[in-house]
Ligand binder design. Structure first.
Ligand SMILES: [Zn+2]
Length: 415
């Protein structure tokens, strides 16, 4: 006799964490204290980084771990040269080292860039005791939160906080202060069955922005970005004629950094929209497993040889997207989780050189950047669309599935 167990895998309960960022309006005194604290955390972060790099660069490379650095903090604070570190909540200093550890961890896993030194004017300070950080509304739009040694901090409360507050981070970015509450809630997430009918492959295109295996393209507003880039170029020329650190120099710097963040926003919003639409509408989302290292290498290659205007445009398009590719993957990762779909990362090797009809792999299949023409069977297709379809097939194969031709197959999930 065979016993069949039916297990309901239609949902999972997951702890869901989210950051909620608000603009702070501070008193002068609070700003002074916060600038000092943020500066101290930045100092500890940068020193921690230097420590790791110098230890690793010696003849006998040695890895430094978080606890080693954390345990050194009390000694450093005893040193009269660094006694100003004692002003800062010690848990916040430890968290600066913890964040550094996370940044290195991401780098070694291949999902993040090499950690950067924090520059003056940027940085953050985190307060871990979330249960003590409860915002109290004082008007329709404003709330205050009490923080030891700082008093009550006012902020514009434009969104409701849902769940339990785990921590709060105050950050400084381009002269403005923000507070971000990290909240956690338990969420019931419906799991979509793995259905090849609702599977999609994504390829980052050359001429168009993102190619999808359902023969569609998603396009970044490149024209607008080119306009902004041109303005930046002009301002850069003006900037170079100014005396360094003069009033005019600072003025141009400010506008340039604002324009750069405009470009970043266009890209981020585009990637947010596309990733949301895909995660929501598909049950399986497949993309290439591009590690950061390979990405920057090929981005350089594509920009070294820009050719004509069209190529320049596509090169720019590509380089802009390349920069956002890691971000796109992270967005897809958490959005797929949110909507219960599955993200599959596939081996990127030859995805745009392999014929999807006869599986013949050759460089010769790609005589031009845009078109694919199989030298074996004569299959002719847009190269980006072909790649997205190869990516989808590889993704499905790694799940043990095949492409749906007619009716969707219902696959039972096994644990
Ligand atoms: Zn072929």
């Amino acid at each position: 006799m065979t016993l069949t167990f039916v297990i309901d895998h239609s949902f999972i309960v997951e702890k869901w964490r989210q950051g909620n960022k608000f603009r702070l309006s501070l008193t002068k005194k609070q700003k002074v204290i916060l600038l000092r604290w943020i500066g101290s955390c930045r100092f500890v972060y940068n020193c921690g980084m230097e420590h790791r790099v110098t230890c690793y660069n010696r003849q006998y490379p040695k890895s430094v771990f978080y606890f080693e650095q954390q345990n050194a903090l009390p000694e450093i604070k005893k040193d009269p040269d660094f006694d100003w570190l004692r002003d800062v909540p010690s848990q916040s200093l430890q968290l600066a080292l913890r964040n550094l550890d996370i940044a290195f961890g991401r780098f070694f896993k291949g999902i993040g860039k090499f950690p950067k030194r924090k520059k003056k004017g940027h940085g953050n300070v985190t307060f871990p005791q979330g249960d003590k950080l409860i915002p109290v509304p004082i008007s329709n739009k404003k709330s205050v939160v009490q923080i030891p040694k700082l008093g009550k901090l006012k902020f514009i409360h434009h969104r409701k906080l849902i769940g339990k507050i785990k921590s709060a981070t105050i950050s400084l970015c381009a002269g403005k202060f923000y507070i971000s509450f990290l909240t956690e809630e338990e969420k019931v997430i419906p799991l979509m069955p793995l259905d090849p009918k609702y599977a999609i492959g994504i390829d980052m295109g050359v001429k168009k922005s993102i190619a999808l295996s359902n023969d569609k393209f998603e396009n970044l507003d490149v024209e607008n970005i080119i306009k902004i880039e041109k303005r930046i170029e002009k301002l850069q020329r003006k900037l170079s004629k100014q005396e360094k650190f003069s009033g005019r120099w600072k003025y141009f710097q400010k506008i340039i950094s604002r324009l750069h963040s405009q470009i970043a926003n266009i890209r981020r919003e585009f990637l947010h929209r596309v990733s949301r639409e895909l995660a929501e509408s598909q049950s399986i989302v497949c993309m290439e497993d591009l590690r950061v290292k390979n990405m920057s290498k090929s981005a350089k290659g594509s920009l070294q040889n820009p050719g004509k205007n069209v190529a320049q445009k596509s090169g720019l398009n590509k380089s802009i997207l390349r920069q956002g590719w890691g971000m796109f993957r992270t967005m897809l990762e958490y959005k797929c989780k949110k909507f219960g779909s599955t993200l599959v990362l596939v081996n990127p090797k030859n995805t745009s050189r392999e014929c999807r009809k006869c599986h013949f792999v050759s460089k010769e299949n790609r005589k031009t950047q845009e078109n694919f023409l199989c030298v074996n069977c004569g299959h002719d297709e847009n190269a980006d669309l072909l790649a997205s379809k190869n990516i989808k097939r590889r993704g499905l194969a790694s799940l043990g599935l095949e492409e749906a031709l007619e009716a969707p197959t219902i696959i039972a999930l096994a644990i």
